[in-house]
Design a protein around this ligand. Structure first.
Ligand code: SF4
Length: 376
């Protein structure tokens, strides 16, 4: 263990939290005959859990499951292929965020095609892509838009700016997703084994907490919105354990933010974007209304239309079993394609695409297999 990790686990605050988790989970074993299964929805929190080895410090009666993580990890293969095609067009600059650069399409990543001469600029935001378009009026700049509502709102505001300034060399290849339909699909899964959720404030500080209330009201599942820090994740686990012991299911927060959301951003998002009837998630199949697209009024900024991208959808292979991993009912090596057609070189599914995904970690250990990988 590194010295910084040692310092983290030796701090009084962390030791107190781990002791509290231990005590609460012992009480819970009188109510439950199996571990309490908590799904972490946010990508950065998922990465922190691995970086701080939090799972190894929790009692066996508390299990942490990986949720959707970063939206880029769930990008369907055919949408990546289209982004690569766009980047290879003459006179096009593809403006892509760092998260998308290493995600593989059928064969190649954006980094691969950038090395062979495709004009790809790494940008941090839609606004930066927009300024790239202003600076290069002789080129078509396409923003490869990925992310949940927090990023979708920023894209919508940028499109409104482009419309107001009559910029005609900027468009958006829209792959934004909405967390609420995705969560509903998780909860409607007949194989679901999740008892509660931990999420970050990034999305609710745009949408507000109200859209999350269905979790507790209709599905009787609690959620805690927490900061992106290992300490906050431990505090969220304490809150969820207390809720379970008190037989409550609520939407609670570990951190402070405007719980009513950002009405300006929500307004922009509703004016510019609308749900797609269906949208494919990498290795998980289609989730109705979970994808977002540009409304007809803004179609001059829609790269799907501007570049007449093929409508034909190449569904991700049916053999992928990411849904079973997400639902917590299978281990990575129980997936039929684990290590075969889905491997770290050619990741087919979300959990191999994510660098700290359950399948990526299991495959990294495949040369030195641990019995625990397949232990049920
Ligand atoms: S090995 Fe993992 S990431 Fe790959 S398809 Fe199967 S479940 Fe999905």
């Amino acid at each position: 263990m590194s010295s910084s990790l040692q310092a983290f686990y030796q701090s009084a605050c962390v030791q107190d939290l781990l002791y509290t988790i231990q005590q609460l989970s012992q009480s819970l074993t009188q109510q439950m005959s199996r571990p309490l299964r908590l799904m972490v929805l946010c990508g950065p929190q998922t990465l922190l859990i691995e970086e701080y080895q939090l799972k190894a410090h929790l009692p066996p009666s508390v299990e942490i499951l990986q949720g959707f993580g970063l939206a880029a990890w769930s990008l369907p293969i055919d949408r990546l292929n289209h982004a690569i095609t766009l980047a290879e067009r003459p006179n096009v600059i593809l403006a892509a965020t760092q998260d998308t650069m290493r995600i593989r399409g059928s064969k190649r990543t954006l980094i691969d095609v950038q090395r062979t001469g495709a004009n790809i600029h790494e940008v941090a935001s839609a606004d930066e892509a927009f300024h790239l378009a202003v600076a290069h009026p002789d080129q078509q700049v396409v923003y490869f838009a990925v992310g949940f509502e927090d990023y979708a709102a920023l894209t919508a505001q940028t499109i409104q700016s482009a419309a107001a300034q009559s910029i005609d060399n900027f468009s958006v290849y829209c792959n934004h997703t909405s967390i609420i339909p995705a969560l509903k699909a998780v909860l409607d899964s007949p194989i679901l084994m999740v008892d509660g959720f931990i999420g970050a404030a990034d999305i609710p500080q745009v949408t507000g907490l109200q859209p999350y209330e269905f979790l507790a009201d209709s599905y009787h599942k609690p959620i805690v919105i927490a900061e992106n820090s290992p300490l906050a994740i431990l505090q969220a686990i304490v809150i969820l354990l207390r809720q379970r012991l008190e037989r409550r299911n609520g939407v609670e927060t570990q951190t402070t933010f405007n719980q009513t959301g950002d009405s300006t951003k929500m307004q922009a998002m509703m004016e510019v974007l609308e749900p797609r009837d269906f949208y494919e998630w990498r290795g998980m199949g289609s989730i109705d209304y979970s994808g977002l697209k540009l409304r007809t009024e803004y179609e001059q900024f829609d790269a799907d239309i501007v570049f007449d991208l093929p409508k034909l959808k190449i569904a991700d292979p049916h053999s992928a079993q990411c849904w079973a991993i997400l639902s917590g009912v299978k281990k990575p090596c129980e997936c039929k394609v684990f290590g075969a057609s889905c491997n770290s070189e050619l990741p087919m599914g979300t959990f191999m695409t994510s660098p700290n995904g359950a399948c990526a970690l299991a495959h990294a250990a495949v040369l030195n297999p641990s019995p625990s990988l397949c232990a049920r």
